[in-house]
Ligand binder design. Structure first.
Ligand SMILES: Cc1cc2nc3c(=O)[nH]c(=O)nc-3n(C[C@H](O)[C@H](O)[C@H](O)COP(=O)(O)OP(=O)(O)OC[C@H]3O[C@@H](n4cnc5c(N)ncnc54)[C@H](O)[C@@H]3O)c2cc1C
Length: 549
């Protein structure tokens, strides 16, 4: 094994949404940090240009995760790509800025996560945020994460009007006092570019001698001694294995599908399962890899009379003009985050929204489905509080083997019922006057107006797809909660000097998109670490960046 004779105060595993935030806060506080990212750099035009993120999915900058066949989703294998580059999900996502609902965090606190109620987390959301339009009492204006209003395509505008005609209220701020209603999403973009955590948080400390970033560094396991994390081992792009030491702590920020994998490879997880794979059990922690949750959505497609969808005319000279406009001025169609509009609706009468709409001014497909030909829009209702749960296990003791991933998708009938109600509402919106005058026909689920619930359920089971929000696999809980993986300060229960800091710690997935909540989690994690440890002497590390991608 090769080794490096450098040690760092902190080793952060995964340079994604959360990892870049933690690295920023620790470096700013004078600590030395090694940030290890398995993927390549994020230096790519299609990442910086907001409208082109779809072109990054399926390349070397995403992980091609896929589930086992899902019995309740028509036996399908669902693809769940995740970011694999600096910025992680925030470098490949649709940039929708949503925090979830106040009640989500109050529920976390009620489940034993003391210090995570809405009143506790609001300061961290505000500390992160630099909003161009909104300010006190709910928004921040000085944080690293830029939040802006975006490009508004005519079909997005028509959806927002049609939804009001269908009875939903207009909402000017989904992160405000009320979540319900329809409107335009704010996005994590700035000056016409994507504002990933790499382009914001990490970029702000890139020149600091205390930060070392290594890309192409696939972390294999956490090195444990006397029940504490002492460092990690990673594999470089050239195949060499490297060990590094952490003077203070190791922080796992590899995302909800990789953090539980790394814990299990390190001997931390369900003891009997690890033993069966020949892995020495360092700490029997049955909750690792359990409690997997995600949001699923299903599309209602409307074809338009005229050729007006977002990229429909983006060919030849027109495409050249759009490209030049973006390159010269950072304006125009290529600044669109594609998911420009949407909203939240309570379809069950519970008093809380149970459906979110992602609306795309284009007929989209996804990794499992070819886009429909022609022009139109896609109205995608997704459920917000799934009851189904899945698992992330090891397939073998080989760190490079893919995970054994059972999403548990649609296992609970209530999740399917929610999608059916969402589909019905989406179809009503498609037929409301402002869209009716633009849309010539509904392409799916069904052309005719009448459509039985059973047909909608069948459609949902056959076509529901991920909204790319894996969460919950290293669940946070009270210190005496035997099924919890981390305590409310995100410390791995029963193992010293090791935290998990990413979407996997969510005890229940929030009712909304997960990037801003994950960034909030990372802000809080840094807060806990810096409050609990004495100030370290800044290491004399040179400002060298090893890049082995
Ligand atoms: C296509 C897509 C669209 C989305 N759209 C939105 C949206 O519009 N709005 C929103 O709020 N959310 C959206 N999300 C979800 C959001 O981006 C994620 O919830 C968020 O990025 C999760 O952050 P994380 O820090 O938990 O994980 P990630 O950001 O995934 O970071 C994990 C990092 O760890 C790295 N890593 C993994 N394994 C290893 C290893 N063994 N060694 C070293 N590094 C490793 C990964 O490469 C990655 O960079 C979307 C996600 C995707 C994929």
């Amino acid at each position: 094994m090769a080794s490096v004779d450098r040690e760092y105060d902190y080793v952060v595993v995964g340079g994604g949404s959360a990892g870049c935030v933690v690295a920023h806060r620790l470096v700013r506080a004078g600590r030395s940090v090694l940030l290890l990212e398995a993927g390549p750099s994020d230096n790519l035009l299609y990442i910086r240009m907001p409208a082109t993120f779809v072109r990054v999915i399926g390349t070397a900058r995403t992980w091609p995760y896929q589930t086992e066949p899902q019995a309740q989703a028509a036996g399908r294998t669902l693809h769940v790509p995740q970011g694999r580059t600096l910025g992680g999900g925030s470098s490949v996502n649709a940039m929708v800025y949503i925090r979830g609902a106040r009640q989500d965090y109050d529920d976390w606190a009620a489940q034993g996560c003391s210090g995570w109620s809405w009143d506790d987390v609001l300061p961290a959301f505000k500390r992160a945020e630099c909003n161009e339009r909104l300010s006190e009492p709910l928004h921040g204006t000085d944080g690293p994460l830029r939040v802006t209003d975006g490009y508004r395509h005519p079909l997005s505008r028509a959806f927002v009007k049609a939804a009001q005609e269908a009875g939903l209220r207009y909402n000017d701020d989904f992160n405000g006092e009320r979540q319900d209603g329809v409107g335009f999403y704010q996005s994590t973009t700035f000056d016409g570019e994507r504002g990933s955590t790499s382009a914001t948080y990490l970029a702000a400390v890139r020149g600091d001698a205390r930060l070392t970033v290594v890309t192409g560094a696939h972390v294999l396991r956490v090195v444990l001694r006397d029940g504490e994390a002492r460092g990690v081992e990673y594999r470089r792009g050239d195949g060499a294995t490297v060990a590094v030491d952490a003077r203070c702590e190791v922080i796992l920020a590899a995302g909800a599908l990789a953090s539980p994998k790394i814990l299990q490879l390190s001997g931390i997880g369900p003891g009997s399962e690890l033993q069966a794979l020949g892995i020495d059990v360092a700490h029997d922690l049955p909750g690792v890899g359990r409690n997997y949750q995600d949001h699923l959505e299903v599309s209602v497609y409307g074809r338009t009379h005229d050729p007006i969808s977002l990229f429909g005319n983006d060919r030849g000279l027109t495409a050249l003009r759009h490209g030049l406009q973006w390159l010269a001025f950072r304006t125009g169609l290529l600044t669109s985050n594609v998911v420009e509009s949407g909203g939240f609706a309570d379809t069950s009468g519970s008093g809380r929204p149970d459906i979110q709409f992602h609306v795309l001014p284009v007929l989209v497909g996804d990794v499992d489905r070819e886009p429909l030909p022609g022009h139109g829009l896609s109205i995608n209702p997704c459920f917000l509080r799934p009851k189904s749960r899945g698992t992330v296990r090891l397939r073998s003791a080989d760190p490079m083997a893919p995970i054994l991933f059972d999403g548990g998708y649609l296992a609970e009938q209530t999740d399917v019922d929610t999608l059916v109600r969402g589909l019905k509402l989406a179809r009503r919106i498609l037929r409301a006057p402002s869209l009716r005058k633009l849309v010539s026909e509904e392409l799916a689920p069904q052309r005719n107006e009448a459509c039985a619930d059973a047909a909608l359920e069948d459609y949902a089971r056959r076509y529901a797809k991920t909204v790319y929000h894996p969460a919950g696999t290293c669940r946070m809980g009270a210190p005496d909660d035997a099924r919890a993986v981390v305590d409310p300060q995100l410390r791995v229960r029963g193992v010293g000097r090791l935290r998990v800091c990413d979407a996997s710690v969510m005890p229940t997935i929030v009712a909304g998109n997960t990037n801003a909540p994950t960034i909030m989690i990372a802000e809080r994690c840094a807060e806990f670490m810096l409050a609990g440890t004495p100030r370290a002497v800044p290491a004399a590390a040179p400002a060298i960046e090893e890049t082995t991608a």
